[in-house]
Design a binder for this molecule. Structure first.
Ligand code: S3P
Length: 428
């Protein structure tokens, strides 16, 4: 249990958040599939991304980690070894789901499993389309849950219309499509993060993307390259909210990835009246980055729904905290996907913020928050979910009493230096 006792500080100064989790995972996956050397700069040393590295090492790929620089040497996917051990994906849904797509088209037998949270997360959303491509996957409850056994085989391309907006599902199909015969097509009604499409191009593949339809020819070879990972906007989100709600604050966050499939939080902060400015700097991995400055803000409620949801799905816990400090009502809907994240984030957010005195109710597909309400301290649970843990820690910046947080260690899944960054900004 961690006692977080900040005593209502101001936050002032600049930070650089760690590398983007989605892009860090993919840099290792693509580097392992590609022939040649891939160098990665700004890699996220979070537990989830380390799980991805661990899995590829078990497949015989040579990966050297030197601080946030990672070097992957591979003779290509056909040179991978059949692992003698189970591939352990830890808490990482991205590792588990994308690896399913990658491994289905190899000539290897592999078994994958993860932690207790992974064991409850639905895998049929990936397994079903992969089976339509010819994949041989066996697992608990017909392949819904880990452990999963994959017998790699030849795959056929698929034309797949996504039933849910999920970049993990889209990416698993696209990665399987790399090895499939024919043209793989994925159709999205709401556009999810597009890092896989961007990275396929960066590693030399030809991909067409038009109005929510991604298509590309199977059998294309990837070639090793250099990947510069921008800071993770989903990690920056905690400091954007912290800067907006802590008293007399000004926080500068440098090198934040602002890919338009990820930056929904910027639109919401703007709609809520945040005192914020943003300077877009340029592209890394064809991923735009920006320096964002946020100051203590007078906020008002808003409605968050529809196509913006996939653009901020991971930010909803911290946006819920923000809404408790905004004037009026905030409604979050169309976000039932929250129920199948690292924990059920609708229940977790509502239960924990209520303990602090927030006026918040769960709905079937989101939550309704009335503000502003002063928050008090208390004992909170992270549910082993990094983003719930960080939401609790940011709440502690505006409570008079401390917050006791169980399993604060889970924050290392995506942001190992989170508490150091909070401390570096605190002024009294
Ligand atoms: C991710 C996609 C999202 C997101 C997750 C990372 C990715 O999940 O919540 O943190 O890297 O592709 P879904 O695909 O389940 O929406």
């Amino acid at each position: 249990m961690k006692v977080i006792d900040y005593n209502r500080p101001s936050l002032r100064g600049a930070i650089q958040v760690p590398g983007d989790k989605s892009i860090s995972h993919r840099s290792v996956m693509f580097g392992a599939i590609a022939e040649g050397t891939t160098t990665v700069e700004g890699f996220l040393l979070g537990e989830d991304c380390l799980s991805t590295i661990d899995c590829f090492r078990k497949l015989g790929v040579q990966i050297d980690v030197d601080g946030t620089n990672v070097k992957i040497e591979s003779a290509g996917i056909d040179a991978w070894e059949e692992p003698k051990e189970v591939l352990y994906t830890g808490n990482s849904g991205t590792t588990t789901r994308l690896m399913l797509g990658i491994l289905s088209g190899t000539n290897l037998h592999t078994i994958m499993t993860g932690d207790a949270s992974i064991g409850k997360r639905p895998m049929r959303r990936v397994v079903d389309p992969l089976r339509q491509m010819g994949a041989q996957i066996a697992g608990r409850a017909g392949g819904q849950y880990t452990p999963l056994a994959i017998q790699g085989t030849e795959l056929q391309a698929i034309d797949y219309t996504m039933p849910v907006a999920s970049a993990q599902v889209k990416s698993a199909i696209l990665l399987a499509g790399l090895r499939a015969k024919g043209t793989t097509i994925v159709r999205e009604s709401e556009v999810s993060r597009d890092h896989t499409e961007r990275m396929l191009r960066q590693f030399g593949a030809k991909v067409d993307v038009t109005e929510g339809v991604v298509s590309f020819e199977g059998g294309q070879k990837l070639v090793g390259t250099h990947v510069k990972v921008p800071g993770d906007i989903s990690s920056a989100a905690f400091f954007l909210v912290a800067g907006a709600i802590a008293k007399d604050s000004e926080v500068v966050i440098e090198n934040v990835g602002v890919n338009e499939t990820r930056d929904g939080i910027i639109d919401v902060l703007t709609a809520m009246g945040a005192n914020m400015s943003m300077m877009v700097e340029g592209e890394t991995v064809a991923e735009p980055t920006a320096t964002i400055t946020i100051r203590t803000s007078h906020l008002h409620g808003t409605t968050i729904e529809g196509a913006i949801i996939p653009r901020l799905i991971d930010e909803i816990p911290i946006l819920a905290l923000l809404a408790t400090q905004a004037n009026g009502q905030t409604i979050i809907k169309d976000a039932e996907e929250l129920k199948v994240k690292e924990t059920d984030r609708i229940t977790a957010v509502v239960t924990e913020l209520k303990k602090l005195g927030a006026d918040i109710e769960a709905t079937d597909d989101g939550m309704i928050i009335n503000g502003p309400t002063p928050l008090q301290g208390g004992s909170l649970k992270s549910y082993g979910d990094h983003r719930i843990g960080m939401m609790a820690a940011v709440a502690a910046l505006i409570t008079d009493e401390p917050i006791q947080l169980d399993d604060a260690e889970c924050i290392a899944v995506s942001y190992p230096t989170f508490f150091e960054h909070v401390h570096s900004l605190i002024v009294r």
